[in-house]
Structures are given as structure tokens and as C-alpha cells.
Design a protein around this ligand. Structure first.
Ligand SMILES: *Cc1c(COP(=O)(O)O)cnc(C)c1O
Length: 391
């Protein structure tokens, strides 16, 4: 049946693609060996560095975020190497599974999915690893299943205090261009991301930002790699080209999305996400519901995971989609059917948030979930009280 009006795509990625990006992509595909292409290549390869806040190389693969997971591992590690992962959510779990399938020895630190990576526990574990066996840490910056953002600067300091040489690999798929992330300043070795979240593009591009230490590791790493190898990529990228046919039209879109982020200003983009998250939490708390994240300094600016104990969260989401044409994120893994997720990232504004929260509040009503009215009012109060900096 035809649904009138605009669909509300409020899953935490893919996010809403702005029309400016869609128009930028709606061009004839050009020859990827032409001089025109090199201009595009140079523009996106240098522009994306500013988004990762790095002066080092960022490589771009035609792949989903999962490709960037694989690339981060195969370029830096060798068969049987030990890596340390953290059971903090579904994406962390899936990345560890990729590592296992590639033949790495994955050690898991336990977690409750209500907290991020614990810097103190990490420091203690690394201090214990005297004759260092752990080669890399797999840290998901913003765990999209739980709405918990790990404290990367504190994690970096914990590693330094322990004096441990492990590479710090960071999944920033749902944080890049939405939450402050400083690849260089925070001493990250590989920061990986995808196109379909904060970058406001359709799915299909993935990224690895690479430190000098990671480049050095790649010279001796011997996991098999071909498509995801950094070396041919870095060599071609130096002249603005790619070793194989890139996703040219997505790169047109990327050039536009970087321009949009810079027109707004990255710090304003981050502040906007924090403002929307805060208003969302005000609504959830007024409804008398609980969010998954337990620590204020780990609240996610991009996604809020709302617990619905005793109710079928999938039936709730289905009712909301059917009645209001609003897609909410499903509970994943441990939270399957027990939680739903509100994505508030990407190309988003106050009224889109209010429409989303109205849909949730009306959904609680029609799905007969016990709640207190007033969440939408609380969010309006929060938004009105917030300071908004003009770009
Ligand atoms: C979306 C997401 C991914 C996965 O990406 P795909 O593009 O589906 O392969 C990985 N990690 C995190 C944290 C994500 O949010």
C-alpha cells in the first residue's frame, strides 16, 4: 500500500541521505583513470582525513563497514596472533567473530552490555601480559546495539600507563562525523568506519585511517589479503587513483557530504548530536522507561537503546512502522525483542527528532505498553533550553 508523506528512517544507520548528496551522486559515472577522476580522488582522500582528524592516510574501500573490520585485521596481524576484544555489544561480538574466522586468537573481556570498555580493567589485563602476547585491541567506539560510547581517550591513557605495545584498532562506524573522534591526538592505530551513518551517504564505502605504527605493522603482518590490502591502495591513492574500480558515484556523494559537514563545522555537528541525544533521554525518562547505558559519561550521542522488559519490542516496532511509517532499530543480540533503538544521527534536526519521539509515544499507547505521558513535552523543554551555536 502507498504510504503518504515522508518515511522516518530512525534506525541508527543507514541514516537519512540528504538531497544535496543524492543530487551530487546523480551524475554520469566518469572514467576512473581520467584526470577529472584524480581531482575527485584527491578531494575525497584529503577531505576525509579532516573528518578523522588525522594527517595520516585514510584508505577507502567499496565495501560495507564489515569490509573495514576485515581490512583492519588482515593488514596488521598474522595467523594465530592474540587480539583482545570486549563483550560490550553485538557489533563488538561480530567484529571478534570476523577475527576468529580469520584465524586470530581472540581473548574476550567480559561485559554486561550496559557499560563500555572499562579502562581500569583493561590496564590491569595489559599489566598482566608481561611478555606481551596481545597484539591488538578491538575497541568499538560507539556500540550501536547498546547506545554506549566507550571513553577512547581514557582507554589510550590506560594502555600507556601499562606501557603495552598493542595496536589500538577502533570501530568508529557509528561515531565518525557524529561524535568527536581524534585519530591522531588519541593515538588510535586503525580507525575504521562506513559511509551510511554519520557521513550521511548510502551504504557502500568503508574506511581505514592508518597510523605510522599500523603501517609498520602491515610490513610484517602475514594474514592473506588481496582486495583489502593497504599497500596497493596507498600507492595508487598518492596520485588520486585507486588500484581497482572505485564506487565513483558514492565518492561524488562523499565529496558533498564532507562539504556539508564542514559548512556546519564538525564541533557544531557533534554538539547537535549531543543535544538530540539529551532530548531523547529526557523523553525516555519521562515515559518511565530505562535506557541500556548505565553511565552518564558513556551515553551515546547517536543512538538511544530503550529497554522494554516484559513486552515484545519487535511487535511494538512493527506497530509503529505500520501506523506511523517510522522505522526504529531492533534490539540486537542479548537485547533481542527486549529493547528498541532510536537513531538520532546524520542529517537530522529538532523537528525530525520531535516527529520521531511523537511516533514512539503514540506507539507506546497503541501497543499498550505501560508508560507515563509527557515524554514529548520533556523533549521539547530540553530542546528549547539547549544553546544552539550558529555555524
Ligand atoms: C553499522 C555498524 C557496523 C557494520 O557495518 P555494515 O556496514 O553493516 O557492515 C559495524 N560496527 C558498528 C559499530 C556499526 O554501527
Amino acid at each position: 500500500m502507498r504510504r503518504t508523506g515522508r518515511h522516518f528512517l530512525q534506525i541508527p544507520g543507514p541514516t537519512n541521505t540528504p538531497e544535496r548528496v543524492l543530487r551530487a551522486m546523480a551524475q554520469p559515472t566518469i572514467d576512473h583513470r581520467s584526470a577529472d577522476f584524480a581531482d575527485l580522488g584527491h578531494a575525497v582522500l584529503s577531505g576525509v582525513k579532516r573528518v578523522f582528524q588525522t594527517s595520516g592516510p585514510v584508505v577507502i574501500f567499496p565495501a560495507s563497514g564489515s569490509g573495514a573490520w576485515e581490512a583492519s585485521l588482515v593488514n596488521t596481524l598474522s595467523p594465530g596472533d592474540r587480539v583482545l576484544g570486549f563483550d560490550i555489544g553485538e557489533f563488538a561480538k561480530n567484529w571478534m567473530e570476523v577475527a576468529r574466522r580469520l584465524g586470530l586468537d581472540v581473548e574476550v573481556m567480559a561485559g554486561d552490555w550496559r557499560h563500555g570498555v572499562d579502562p581500569d580493567a583493561l590496564e590491569a589485563r595489559l599489566r598482566d601480559d608481561r611478555d606481551p602476547r596481545i597484539r591488538a585491541l578491538l575497541v568499538v567506539h560507539n556500540e550501536t546495539s547498546t547506545g554506549v560510547t566507550s571513553r577512547l581517550p581514557e582507554i589510550r591513557r590506560a594502555i600507556d600507563r601499562a606501557g603495552h605495545p598493542a595496536l589500538l584498532l577502533v570501530d568508529a562506524v557509528s561515531s565518525l562525523a557524529s561524535i568527536d573522534l581524534r585519530h591522531d591526538e588519541w593515538g588510535l592505530d586503525v580507525t575504521l568506519a562506513g559511509s551510511q551513518k554519520g557521513l550521511m551517504l548510502p551504504p557502500g564505502l568503508s574506511f581505514n585511517a592508518i597510523s605510522n605504527k599500523a603501517v609498520a605493522a602491515s610490513r610484517t603482518a602475514c594474514l592473506p589479503r588481496s582486495y583489502f590490502g593497504w599497500e596497493p591502495m596507498l600507492a595508487s591513492n598518492a596520485t588520486g587513483f585507486f588500484p581497482y574500480t572505485p564506487a565513483t558515484n558514492l565518492l561524488f556523494g562523499l565529496r558533498e557530504s564532507i562539504a556539508m559537514l564542514e559548512e556546519e563545522g564538525l564541533s557544531n555537528v557533534f554538539a547537535r548530536h549531543r543535544r538530540h541525544a539529551e532530548a531523547t533521554r529526557a523523553a525516555v525518562s519521562a515515559w518511565g522507561l530505562e535506557i541500556a547505558c548505565q553511565r552518564e559519561d558513556e551515553f551515546s550521542p547517536v543512538v538511544t537503546t530503550v529497554m522494554l522488559p516484559g513486552h515484545d519490542a519487535d511487535a511494538f516496532r512493527a506497530a509503529v512502522l505500520e501506523r506511523f511509517n517510522l522505522s526504529l532499530g531492533a534490539g540486537l543480540g542479548r537485547f533481542k525483542s527486549q529493547a528498541f533503538r532510536i537513531g538520532h544521527l546524520g542529517d537530522f534536526n529538532d523537528l525530525m527528532l520531535m516527529g520521531t519521539l511523537c511516533g514512539v509515544e503514540m506507539g507506546l499507547e497503541i501497543a499498550s505498553v505501560p508508560y507515563k505521558a509527557g515524554g514529548v513535552d520533556a523533549a521539547m523543554t530540553s530542546l528549547c533550553a539547549a544553546t544552539v551555536v550558529k555555524a
